[in-house]
Ligand binder design. Structure first.
Ligand code: HEC
Length: 154
């Protein structure tokens, strides 16, 4: 086990060093928030596919996905959105400057998504119709923020 463990440690050191040398703190924050969004979208996709019958509804899988989404959306994203990390800065990001002009509203929209995810987690295991019923508010919470604060994806 020992050589394996030190190999893992070495990889971690390389990984962390890579992260801190190759990227500025701002680029790292942008990358992390985009990865978080991708994880949200992946988890959301699992729920949508079951709600729409594209994959067979499975109560346990639905509950797991909804619980995961509730956990992911509990993340306090303020450190991931440092001032100046908008798409007018030249950084590779879709984040609009409006985020920092209306920060309380931006964070409120984030909280709305978390609430919708908690509500979905309550019912996701109770059948396809119950899951379907929760998806509108959840999908709407993503859209409301993107409409106001995200440039169109390319
Ligand atoms: C409170 C605002 C807000 C909410 C709520 C929100 N997003 Fe986003 N999302 C953003 C912003 C801002 C970006 C652009 C981030 C960047 O490029 O730096 C983004 C980017 C994305 C991206 C593109 C990621 C990439 O770079 O490839 C996806 C996919 C995405 N969001 C999915 C979702 C899904 C699914 C939900 C709902 C479960 C959601 N978002 C909820 C603000 C939000």
């Amino acid at each position: 086990m020992k050589p394996l463990r030190s190999l893992a440690t070495a990889s971690l050191v390389v990984l962390l060093a890579g992260a801190s040398f190759a990227q500025s703190p701002m680029e790292a924050a942008i990358g992390a928030r985009q990865d978080l969004m991708k994880l949200q979208a992946y988890t959301m996709g699992q729920l949508f596919m079951m709600a729409q019958g594209k994959v067979p509804y499975d109560a346990k899988a639905a509950k797991t996905a909804a619980d995961n989404l509730a956990a992911i959306t509990a993340y306090d994203v303020t450190p991931l959105f440092p001032k100046g990390s908008d798409n007018a800065s030249g950084a590779k990001t879709y984040a609009l400057p409006a985020i920092w002009e209306n920060e309380p509203d931006f964070l409120a929209k984030y909280a709305d998504m978390h609430k919708a995810a908690l509500a979905a987690a309550e019912v996701a295991g109770n059948g396809q119709d119950a899951l379907k019923g929760a998806m509108g508010a959840l999908g709407g919470s993503c859209g409301a923020c993107h409409k106001a604060y995200r440039a169109p994806l390319q």
